[in-house]
Design a protein around this ligand. Sequence first.
Ligand code: F6R
Length: 609
Amino acid sequence: MCGIFGYLGSKNSIKACLTGLKLLEYRGYDSAGIAAIKKGRLIQFKASGKIKALEKKINMKDLKLNLAIGHTRWATHGPAIEKNAHPHLDEKNSVAIVHNGIIENYNILKKSFKLKQTKFRSETDSEVIAQLFSINYKNDLVLATIETLKQLKGSLAIVAIHKDHPNEIIAAKRESPLAIGYDDKKTEFIISSDPNAFSGRNLNVIFLKNDEIAHIKNGDITVIDLKNNKILKTPQKLNSKNLTFSKKGFDHYLLKEIFDQPITVQKAFIDRLTENDEIEFENFNLDKKFLKSIDNIIITACGTSYHASLIAKTFLQEKAKIFISSEIASEMRFKNLIFTKNTLVIAISQSGETADTVAALKTAKENNAKTLAIVNVQNSTISRMCDSSIFLKAGLEVSVCSTKAFSSQITVLYLFAIYLARLKNMKKKESTSFLNELKTIPRKIKKTLKDFDLIHEKAKKYSQYENFFFLGRNLMYPTAMEAALKLKEISYLNANAYPAGEMKHGPLALIDSKLIVIAFCANKKTYDKMLSNLMEAKARNAQILAFATKKSYGIEDIADDVIWLEETSDELAIFPSTVASQLFAYFIAKIRKTDIDHPRNLAKTVTVE
Ligand code: F6R
């Protein structure tokens, strides 16, 4: 994971790094650091914790420098303490590097002939890069980089500077993403883990490919491969909008983003439905002939996006009447899945950068499958990798815990399912009532949000408990999985999701009066069976909080508390149920005083496998 940043140019490089790192902080916030060259020597600043802590340690006086590199860390090797913070320097303090990725052979290298005498200062895998680079350096930065890359195994994006080259910067990439931006006059060069950190600038942007090295020197950039051959790169113009962070008066980004949903869900469908309810996706370039011929779809994603894939799978299969599988991205490439010439692989990702999803997509491409990205962030790695993309239009999601992206993913996937089903076999009028009801969802989400105080009260009642079972059946099972993940993630409580019918096959043994069952009852198809399962839990003294629609009968006799939701069809029940459960998790976290927007041990974008 981690965010890396480098600056060479006419402005204050340390300030530029701090600004850039703040925009990359969602990639990890365990520690941060900056290195620069001052009067022929490397200087560095490091702090554990967030960029704010680093900022406090830097006295900007006398620091008007043109070159600097920076890093914001999500710890992989070694705890989140200052000595493990990047940049890492070699023994001689001549080279400084920042790294995103994992060096898989770092232990072997440390014990190798070249490095066995070296005194390492950190417990990280990354330091090995700086020490190797230093040994390989013979007055030529590029040759030292080539040699170093050849010895490293694993994933990396690195930026390096050397004390004897105060006007040069090196960047290299293998698997982990890296973008380089520069202005038309080439007075400023910015290297970043992703274009987010180019916020508000109009730049020429180059995305490095695997084992490409960029050397920036004398106001110019050269890209070289591992054989030291020059590679011609055509930059693309990127007019990046200013990323503005505002909680808009809410206490947390998470709460703001939960409240964004009536609008973000609407944005996901409104301009894609014509007056006659035709579905049109912007810049969609998957050929209709191919779409008609699709005989199976593999959907792949991680975390919350994976939960969206489970819901999409059921809906798509039912509507398009083809076989759909949903694969956890980190597992996909280790399975021998069956790809035909008519397989479509859909990758779902808020960030568009998740390393596991990127790896799953590579498997899809190796098998010649056509690929479709359902992503929020434009220009992200996943959207660039796929044959076509449909964007969520949910706007920036700042809180690490994903909320509005999830509801937009479901909306987009539902639209895509109808689009595909119509191409295949479905009569347009068969989808009319579904689409009409979809249009009412923003209003129903608004109504759910109005139950803010009531949900807060219920959260107070249950916030002192440690163990939760989230139960659902049919589409309410992935809904329960997503709700449990929210509670785990921001409250650090033990929340496990089960299909309610599975309880009797084992988990029931855990039930006692201290266990809280959160029951998702908004699916009519499975409602009666759900009630029976809840009775079984109640008979064993579980306390039950149910999320049920207003027309449900009988639930109030079983559950200790009920949060009443707007009436919807089974497919659309996911929206009110999810929004109510997001609020519930938020309030529990607030009562338990956790760092809601930056939960411990996590990062918004997960760029290691
Ligand atoms: C949970 C959460 C994560 C992400 C997962 C995938 O709230 O945010 O589980 O959903 O890391 O991230 P994306 O969607 O960016 O690929």
